[in-house]
Every structure is written in C-alpha cells, then in structure tokens.
Ligand binder design. Structure first.
Ligand SMILES: [Zn+2]
Length: 316
C-alpha cells in the first residue's frame, strides 16, 4: 500500500554478508556518511558490537557460557586487536561446528536496545545462524496484548531449528507491558511509528498516536535495526485479540498453513500507516504478517500449538 522506502530498496538489493557482522547500534543508527567513509567497515562493525550490542547468556544451554565470554571480551577490546578478537568471538558463538555454515548453531540472547524507561529489549537467536531461512517472532508490540509472550518464551527455550535462523523478541514494548498500556512510555503506538506510509496520527494521549516522526521511539528503532540486520524471510508479529491470521500482506502460503495449524481463520485486516509489518514488507517483500491471538492468556496447550506451528515454519 505504500511505496518502498529508500533504505528498504537499498537493503533489498544488497547481498547478505557471511559471516555476519555485528549488529547496528543506536536509534540514531549509522554514523554520518563522512565518518562511514573514513572507517573500515569491519572496524565500524566492531565498534558497534563493543559499544551497543550486549550478548548476554540465555538460561539453559552451553551457549550461555559462550554468551558470557562474548560480553566480557567485547567490553575489554580496544584498537586493532578488537577486530581479530571479534572474529574469534563470533566463531566461538557459532557452536560446535566452529562457525561452519553447514552445522553451526547458536542459542544466545542479544540486547537490542532499551525502552524509554530503560528496560532492556532482548532478542534470542537460536538455530543455524547461516541458514537461508530466517524467521522472526515478536511476542508483544502493544503492551496490553501480551498473550504472544508465552509463545515467544516457549520458542526461545528451544530447541533451535537445524535449518533456520530463529529470532525471538518476546517483548518489544516492555514499558507498555509493565503499565498494561497499548503504547510505550511516551504514549506512542509503536505499530504506527514505522517508516512505511508513516503520517502523523492523533496526538499524545491517544491510543493510536503515531509519535513525532518515523522510528522516533527506541522500541521501534530497535526492531527496525533487527529487521534490517536479519532480513527475515518470515516474520510473525503477535497481537490480540481479533482471533485471526491476517492475510492482507505477507507470505500467503505460510499464512494459510499457520492458520490451519493453530485453528484460526484467515482474514485480511486493514494495513495501517506506520505499521511494523507494512514497513518490514518494504525491506523484505512478502515476509511479515500479523497473528491476532484471542483475548486473555493462552492456555498451555494453545501455547504449544502456536510454538509448534512456528517451528514448522522453520522446517523443524
Ligand atoms: Zn496490537
């Protein structure tokens, strides 16, 4: 419904690097172009790794110990040695196969950024980091719609898919979830704050306030950095409580199968200006869609059913 953004077009035509560089850094994003030109890309990446992306241990696997090492080493790295160190760290984080594209696996937690009130926004990456299939799951965008967090947590607990790189963001809006509000702590509806088709909607205090500018909020900016970096082939953004799989955009075959697996109807919802999925589909075409869960908490059996349906998308 909206034309692709400039950055989206550029991203769409760029080959995906292997192995991956570190993630991009802050909400204000990349440094000025003059700085970018002076700096070797590898060093720029390392700076971002050291300065802003924190790898923290997941709860359960050996990856936890690797995560601790990554965090500690990157905190102490300086200068030219940093690049070599970063390469070693990235390889170490790839698991038993030592970074082999065929067999490496990860299970790690990455802090994407911080909310308005300073809460960490975390993602868990698990599975094969080199896989062509990259699946993103966002459990909670609107703070008063938290049912998807249980599904995200179940996925983040593993097991990791063998043939896909699975990224799980349980809570994109931790301030809103803590306050049980739709918007973030600025009262911004994050699902109206993304660049594609963005326009000013309403005003502070309104449920659908778009924010002052696209990606004005640290939460939406963190999600945008992740999407630009991972370029998911499939992404599910959970909401509540319309009880439907949205077919208005995204991969129709995946949507159909997912709807069948979880027992939800398939229906085309309105694509709103500034929505996360609308924007993501300008970065990677036909990748993202919304799943509107039922109201209330999901029963344990339903959590399993939704998690299993996501795992089927990953090929597990
Ligand atoms: Zn919602």
């Amino acid at each position: 419904m909206s034309s692709p953004s400039q950055s989206g077009s550029r991203n769409a035509s760029r080959a995906r690097p292997t192995p991956r560089p570190a993630f991009p850094a802050t909400g204000s994003a990349s440094p000025p172009s003059s700085v970018r030109r002076r700096r070797r890309p590898e060093r720029a990446n390392q700076r971002r790794l050291r300065g802003h992306w924190t790898v923290t241990p997941p709860d359960r696997t050996d990856g936890a110990h690797r995560g601790i090492i990554v965090g500690r080493w990157t905190a102490g790295l300086r200068g030219r040695g940093a690049l070599l160190g970063a390469v070693a760290i990235l390889l170490a984080a790839c698991g038993d196969a030592g970074g082999s594209p065929a067999g490496g696996s990860v299970h790690r937690t990455v802090v994407l950024g911080r909310s308005v009130q300073g809460r960490p926004i975390s993602a868990v990456e698990l599975g094969n980091p080199h896989a062509a299939r990259r699946v993103l799951v966002v459990g909670c965008v609107h703070g008063d719609e938290p049912a998807g967090v249980a599904v995200a947590d179940a996925l983040a607990a593993g097991p990791g898919p063998a043939h896909a790189d699975l990224w799980v963001v349980p809570v994109l809006n931790p301030d809103g979830m803590a306050a049980r509000t739709r918007g973030n702590a600025h009262g911004v509806d994050l699902n109206r704050n993304f660049p594609a088709g963005w326009r000013r909607i309403d005003a502070p205090g309104s449920a659908h306030y778009s924010g002052a500018a696209p990606l004005s909020e640290p939460e939406s900016a963190a999600a945008a950095r992740l999407v630009r970096r991972v370029r998911p082939t499939v992404a599910i953004w959970f909401h509540q409580h319309l009880t439907v799989v949205d077919s208005s955009q995204g991969p129709s075959d995946v949507q159909r199968r997912f709807a069948r697996d979880v027992g939800l109807p398939l229906r085309a919802l309105t694509v709103y200006p500034g929505s996360a999925t609308g924007w993501e589909n300008t970065v990677v075409g036909q990748s993202a869609f919304v799943v509107e869960l039922p109201g209330g908490r999901l029963p344990a059996a339903a959590v399993r059913r939704y998690a299993d349906a996501v795992r089927r998308i990953t090929g597990s």
